[in-house]
Structure formats: structure tokens, C-alpha cells
Design a protein around this ligand. Structure first.
Ligand SMILES: O=C(O)CCC(=O)C(=O)O
Ligand SMILES: [Fe+2]
Length: 333
């Protein structure tokens, strides 16, 4: 069970590259020289580490705090009320109570409340938590704009046309796209961690990129290229960017997916505080075939919505099919 014990190594700046996003402009009017500089930094960070800390990203701290607080108000509602918002597959939207999701084959309970948001116009607890919808919508829009700018830089980082990824991420928060803003609350731990209980098991995210905001240090660890686990720590105001599995498939692992987990911290001062985080999982439109970038699928092979296509004897799955396979593994009991 040693992989659930927290490690003491706090990663240094050399291991977590910092990328300054000041003066990137907007998706409509990007500052080309800055986007090129960010592209070069992304290339290095994502190919070598799978992550970067973004600073001056333009998402105001107040918007994050408003969502943390709206989610606190949701988490204290009676279980019956919370459970009326339960995630119901195949939709990913909705509440997941502590102990349900699991990323490993062992029986490990994950002590966290999560609310996956894939729709901004329905099934949000607005009547129980007034202001919930406005707070999450405003933040989701900011995340979406930031993601779009990063997708532009990401394409340039791989010597592709600037619009390459943007073209397949058109419908975030609409039908036909599985991008998700996940609210997370990890309750405090008074006692030291016991076997079989963790905050979030070891895994890689499923999509293209993930943007993660956190309000304090609380056990987030990442696997470095030497397979050691290291604590990320907390740089106030920064957002962590990490690679997901679809991006790894797309780039033939030039940008490998970052494995990470959240342990119950051993340090009493850290584990006795609750922790909030918000992850924005950036996913391509559901019907995007995920084929290595060097061998694009030609028009005649465009997939039907639910069946994978076969090319040279290999099955090619769409983004949606990849995701449903991974959800079935993660939420299986
Ligand atoms: O809360 C965190 O810091 C990470 C959560 C996470 O990795 C996930 O939900 O996929
Ligand atoms: Fe994750």
C-alpha cells in the first residue's frame, strides 16, 4: 500500500516549469509573438514533464473563491438533496459522493465530494444554493477562453496550424463535447491516513489537457519522468496544466499523459484542513477520431457516431468512445 502514503519530496522549480501568460491577448486577437513563446515553453514542459504552472492566466481569484464557496454550500445540504443531483451515466454531469469513484483495482475509498459540470443551463442546484449557476458559468467561460488560447499555442508547439486543435474543440459545454468543469471538496482528516482510504487514487486524466486550480496544499502529487512521486505544493494564484490520455494518443506519446493522485497528507497541519480544487477537463468534440497526428484519417474513413472505424486493421476510436471506455473502468463497482 506504499503508493498511498504521501511522499516528502516537494518538487523544485526545475521540475515544475512556470509559464507566464501575460499579454497572450484573446482567442479572437491573440498576441502572436507571445503565443509563439508560450508554444515553445509548452513543448518543453509537456514533452519532458507533462505539466506546467500557469501564472498571470487571467482568471480572477474571486471567481474561484465564489465557486469554492458555492460548492461548500452544496456539500452541507442533506444527503437526500445532494443525491437528487447524482451523476447518471452515460452522462458525466452531476454529483459524485465520497467513496464512489476509484482509479485503482484495489478497494480504495476516495474521500471527496465532486460535482461534474458539463451543462451550464440545467441540473445545477440553483434553487438550493442561490448564485450557484452564475458563479460556475462565469468561471467556466473564463476557463474555456483560457483553454482556447492554450490550444492555439499547443498546436504551434507541435508545428501544426494554429487552428488545428481549436477546430476539434468547438463545442465545449454544448452537446457533442465532453469537456467538464469538476468541483472538488476534500474534507479535513483529523487522524493519520489509514489503508484503504485516500483523497484521489493514482490516474491520468482522459482528455486533451486539464487545468487545475487549488486553494491550498492538500496532498496533490505527480509522477516524474523517473517514476518517483513528488508533491506539487501550492503556488498561490497559479493554475496547474497537465496532459491527458487523448493528447498522448494524438501525439504518439510525444506529450505523455501525466499520472497524479491526491494523498491524505501526513503533516497534521495540512491534512486537518479541508481542500478545494477545480479541474477543467478539456476534451475534443465527441466525434473527433483520435489518430496519431502524423497519419490523419481521410474523408472516406470518417466514423459513424457509435462504431469505431478500422484503418489498416487497427481500430480507431472517437474521443467519445475513448471516454466511455474509461468511465466504465473508473466507476465500476
Ligand atoms: O483535486 C485535485 O487536485 C486533483 C483531482 C484530479 O486529479 C481529478 O479529479 O482528476
Ligand atoms: Fe486528475
Amino acid at each position: 500500500m506504499d503508493h498511498h502514503a504521501s511522499v516528502e519530496t516537494l518538487l523544485s522549480k526545475a521540475e515544475i516549469p512556470i509559464i507566464d501568460l501575460s499579454h497572450m491577448g484573446t482567442v479572437e486577437a491573440p498576441c502572436k509573438s507571445t503565443v509563439r513563446r508560450v508554444a515553445a515553453q509548452l513543448h518543453r514542459s509537456l514533452s519532458e514533464k507533462g505539466l506546467a504552472l500557469l501564472v498571470n492566466h487571467g482568471i480572477p481569484d474571486e471567481k474561484l473563491r465564489a465557486v469554492y464557496s458555492a460548492f461548500d454550500n452544496f456539500c452541507v445540504l442533506p444527503n437526500g438533496t445532494k443525491n437528487s443531483y447524482l451523476r447518471t451515466p452515460p452522462n458525466n454531469h452531476g454529483y459524485v459522493p465520497p467513496g464512489v469513484e476509484r482509479f485503482t483495482n484495489e478497494h480504495v475509498e476516495e474521500m471527496r465530494h465532486t460535482f461534474n459540470i458539463t451543462w451550464l443551463d440545467r441540473q445545477l442546484p440553483e434553487s438550493e444554493v442561490p448564485g450557484f449557476q452564475a458563479a460556475v458559468t462565469s468561471l467556466a467561460q473564463d476557463f474555456q477562453k483560457l483553454a482556447a488560447l492554450l490550444l492555439r499555442a499547443l498546436a504551434l508547439s507541435l508545428d501544426l496550424q494554429a487552428e488545428y486543435f481549436l477546430n476539434s474543440h468547438r463545442n465545449m459545454f454544448h452537446e457533442g463535447n465532453s469537456s467538464c468543469m469538476r468541483l472538488l471538496y476534500y474534507p479535513p482528516f483529523g487522524a493519520p491516513p489509514t489503508p484503504g482510504v485516500t483523497r484521489c487514487g493514482e490516474h491520468a486524466d482522459y482528455g486533451t489537457l486539464t487545468l487545475l486550480a487549488q486553494d491550498c496544499e492538500g496532498g496533490l502529487e505527480v509522477q516524474t519522468s523517473t517514476h518517483k512521486w513528488g508533491r506539487v505544493g501550492h503556488l498561490p494564484g497559479s493554475i496547474l496544466l497537465n496532459t491527458g490520455e487523448l493528447l498522448a494518443s494524438w501525439t504518439s506519446a510525444k506529450y505523455p499523459a501525466l499520472r497524479h493522485r491526491v494523498v491524505v497528507p501526513e503533516q497534521p497541519k495540512i491534512r486537518s484542513k479541508g481542500r478545494h480544487s477545480i479541474a477543467f477537463f478539456v476534451h475534443p468534440d465527441d466525434d473527433t477520431p483520435i489518430t496519431p497526428i502524423q497519419c490523419p484519417v481521410n474523408q472516406a474513413e470518417q466514423p459513424a457516431t457509435n462504431n469505431c472505424i478500422v484503418k489498416n486493421g487497427n481500430k480507431i476510436y472517437t474521443a467519445y468512445q475513448h471516454l466511455q471506455m474509461r468511465f466504465r473502468e473508473t466507476y465500476a463497482s
